[in-house]
Design a protein around this ligand. Structure first.
Ligand SMILES: [Zn+2]
Length: 385
């Protein structure tokens, strides 16, 4: 096994790096301490985004208030994002900068969901900040012995990778996928930076009960929903074949998986289904037969698949069929492993699948290691130095 490195096939590497570059509030013991930490950033950045506070660890035991942020930071936009990543509090200066149309911006400065999840798009980092973020994330990757990542990108992020390669600073291989809205994306490739193709989301997530279900249901009776018509996915398949690229298709629920299988039938050429969490028996057979690559996250098992965990809470008895990596592997399916940054740690993913609660999920250590270190996109002996 010597000389091997991990390939993380599903990351949000730039976002991860941006996060690491920002003031970390996770260790603060009071709101007061958090605010004084943010004050040190005044003058260093256009907007100050503090990450990962948790009011339960603070003496004050409460959220920050817009008024106090206004008082402490009258001239600088400040946003404090809570550890869950779904809630933040902004001061008036920051609120003024959020374009209309973003959902869940409250007058008291509390931001929810959409707007919080998209902070990097609402307040785009500069090109230099993007490059710094990549280098910061790369330090973590090298420490974990991750030598190749697949990242979901906007064009600017891709260019930052390319430029870092030119400067000789990139030490890992990068396969970039851009969101499907960037259909015309056409960029040169480097030796270690390649353009994979397009990413499309067919459904949401099990946590938010928005993954599209067919034979299964959520415990509240909900079924989630599909985000695209068949025709839209069909068009994307055409584009990928014309340009010799592949699709990264996010499909979690059995209804979304059904849509990929239906539209992709006879058209597959290296395309990947991301997550593939709730596939039925016959869907697993068909996906393998069509030649889809199944890009799965073994750490999801460790995070949510134990009894009483998120899968059982949201899916009830049916939750047992989640992430059947072992079954897929033994049927000869092509599997890639990725962390989705939850957390960014191949060893944790391997441990999760080795200790999985259900036999159909489980792999041996050796099998899991083999998957997490294999890639067909770059030659293994050719490494950035
Ligand atoms: Zn992801």
């Amino acid at each position: 096994m010597e000389g091997d490195y991990f390939v993380d096939a599903h990351t949000h590497f730039v976002s991860f790096g941006l996060h690491l570059e920002r003031p970390d509030l996770s260790k603060t013991k009071s709101l007061k301490e958090a605010i004084s930490l943010l004050k040190k950033e005044v003058g260093k950045r256009g907007i100050i985004i503090g990450e990962d506070w948790d009011e339960s660890r603070w003496e004050e035991k409460r959220f920050p208030a817009k008024e106090e942020l206004d008082r402490e930071f009258p001239d600088v936009p400040v946003i404090m994002r809570r550890i869950c990543g779904h809630v933040a509090v902004a001061n008036t200066r920051a609120l003024e900068l959020i374009p209309p149309g973003w959902k869940y911006v409250r007058e008291d400065g509390v931001l929810l969901e959409d707007v919080v999840l998209n902070l990097n798009r609402i307040f785009p980092p500069s090109f230099d900040e993007i490059k710094r973020a990549i280098l910061r994330a790369q330090e973590v990757a090298l420490h974990l012995n991750v030598g190749e990542i697949h990242d979901v990108l906007i064009p600017e992020y891709y260019r930052a990778y390319l430029e870092l390669e030119k400067e000789g600073k990139l030490k890992i291989k990068v396969l970039g996928f851009v969101l499907d809205e960037f259909r015309d994306f056409e960029e040169p490739e480097g030796k270690f930076v390649k353009f994979g193709g397009w990413k499309i989301f067919l459904d949401g997530s099990i946590g938010a009960r928005t993954a599209a279900l067919e034979k299964f249901s959520y415990t509240d009776g909900g079924k989630g929903m599909l985000l695209h018509e068949d025709e839209e996915l069909e068009e994307l398949f055409k584009l990928a074949r014309e340009r010799g690229k592949v699709l990264m298709i996010h499909a979690i629920g059995d209804r979304a998986i059904e849509q990929v299988l239906r539209v992709g039938k006879g058209r597959v050429c290296g395309d990947r289904i991301e997550h593939f969490e709730l596939a039925r028996d016959e869907q697993i057979e068909r996906a393998i037969e069509e030649g889809f690559i199944l890009s799965m996250q073994p750490n999801f098992i460790g995070n949510w698949s134990h009894g009483g965990g998120l899968y059982e809470k949201n899916l009830g008895r049916d939750y047992r069929i989640n992430n059947r990596i072992g079954l897929i592997y033994r049927k000869g399916g092509k599997i890639l492993f990725g962390s989705d940054m939850m957390p960014f740690s191949p060893p944790y993913g391997i441990d999760s699948v080795v200790r999985a609660p259900f036999p159909e999920q489980r792999l041996s250590y050796r099998e899991a290691y083999k998957i997490y270190t294999s890639s067909s996109f770059f030659s293994k002996n050719n490494q950035p130095s």
